[in-house]
Write a protein that binds this ligand. Structure first.
Ligand SMILES: Cc1ncc(COP(=O)(O)O)c(C=O)c1O
Length: 385
């Protein structure tokens, strides 16, 4: 071998060794980050990822991130709440595995799915009362988990047949039934303190760590109010600068409650309301009454942003086309609100939204509308409707 060829072969073999070393090192690093194996789906709840939304960040000059609560095993942030409620009932002896105990809940979907999943895993039956116009996917999911499903007409909370009241009634009936050992409990996510507390103890701290202790805005909607109350209380306790914005769909009274202290929406006017609960295509957030959970964090909410159905539908399409983020309706209103906040924020501001659930939960309603939108739409097309 000539001298030149020898030097060349040494360089090639050293480079190959360095490359192999780098690959092995990076794989070892990746392996260290792999979540450990778990015993139960309940152990998979929480520690959800945070991802930068590149399209919105680049368009606004702010850093906009989504906390992917849709990555929980039951597909939404409600897994945290359901687990915490069940553990509480177990601690006080109201739920005992294998006794035939039934957990009743009134929910428009996500919470029911989380309870159905956890009840199967932990030894209970889930009985879910929901409005009969709940999206087909959510019904099919509940059915697939084998939950008992009770559909009721959408009605005001003062109606005894409203879905929350129906669940309360069901639990009481089983509790008073002397012919069985089985107990009935009412989860009561709207009023239950375990709801906001689990977000205070887990979701909030996770966001704070993932954002390296540096957040300017936290934005999310309010259904029960548990997420916004728990996360806001925690974030305000650790940061003096963070501002909390409520993202509210059309038809909901929460926007006016935050802005002006009055729970009112124009659809409240006699004869103008089309749907009993909240007149919007958005599921899971928006309400025309104050819940115990929202009240726990209301003092932390600085401002509110109203989002129309059309803006939410278009934003869902935009995020899917530009970022590969396939989200549901409540996540989409949070993203619209984030852009509206970013337009008035200092450049580089760090904004976190909750991505509550996936678009696959909304294919038959919300995403049916989103598919009618041109996939090449611009951010201006999203906002200017
Ligand atoms: C899809 C979805 N997003 C957001 C929320 C709102 O969360 P919270 O009840 O904590 O206000 C819910 C509540 O049910 C939901 O189902």
């Amino acid at each position: 071998m000539s001298g030149k060829a020898f030097v060349y072969s040494v360089i090639v073999s050293v480079s190959a060794s360095i490359l192999t070393y780098k690959i092995i090192k990076s794989l070892n690093g990746a392996a260290k980050d792999v979540p450990r194996k778990r015993e139960n789906v309940a152990d998979l709840i929480g520690n959800t990822p945070m991802v930068r939304i590149k399209s919105l960040s680049e368009a606004t000059g702010c850093e906009i991130y989504a906390k992917l609560e849709l990555a929980n095993p039951g597909g939404s942030a409600k897994d945290r709440v359901a687990l915490s409620v069940i553990r509480h009932f177990e601690e006080i002896g109201e739920l005992v595995p294998g006794r035939g105990d039934v957990l009743f809940e009134g929910t428009s979907g996500s919470t029911g799915i989380s309870f159905a999943m956890l009840c199967n895993s932990l030894g209970y039956t889930a009985h879910i009362c929901l409005p009969d116009d709940t999206s087909l996917e959510k019904l099919q999911l509940l059915d697939s988990y084998g939950a008992e499903i009770e559909k009721v007409k959408p009605a005001s909370i003062v109606d005894p047949n409203q879905y929350v009241n129906a669940a309360r009634k069901g639990a009481l009936a089983l509790r008073n039934d002397k012919s069985t050992q089985a107990n009935g409990v009412f989860a009561d996510q709207f009023e239950n303190d375990n709801n906001w507390r689990v977000h205070y103890n887990t979701t909030g701290p996770e966001i704070w760590e993932q954002m390296d202790h540096n957040i300017d805005y936290f934005i999310t909607g309010s259904g029960t109010g548990g997420t916004i109350a728990g996360c806001s209380k925690f974030l305000k306790s650790v940061s003096r600068k963070v501002k909390i914005f409520l993202a509210d769909p059309q038809g909901s009274g929460m926007f006016n409650r935050v802005k002006y202290g009055v729970m009112y929406d124009t659809v409240e006017k006699e004869g103008t309301r089309r749907r009993h609960q909240v007149d919007t295509i958005i599921e899971g957030v928006g309400l025309n009454r104050i819940t115990h959970n929202f009240l726990q964090g209301e003092h932390c909410v600085d401002d509110a942003i109203r989002v129309t159905d059309e803006q939410a539908v278009r934003m869902a399409r935009f995020l899917s086309s530009n970022d590969g983020l396939f989200v549901g309706s409540s996540s989409s209103i949070n993203a619209v609100a984030a852009v509206k906040v970013a337009k008035n924020a200092a450049p580089g501001s760090r904004i976190v939204i909750i991505a509550c659930d996936s678009g696959s939960r909304h294919l038959s309603k919300f995403w049916k509308e989103a598919l009618k939108v041109d996939k090449n739409l611009t951010l201006e097309d999203v906002l200017n409707v």
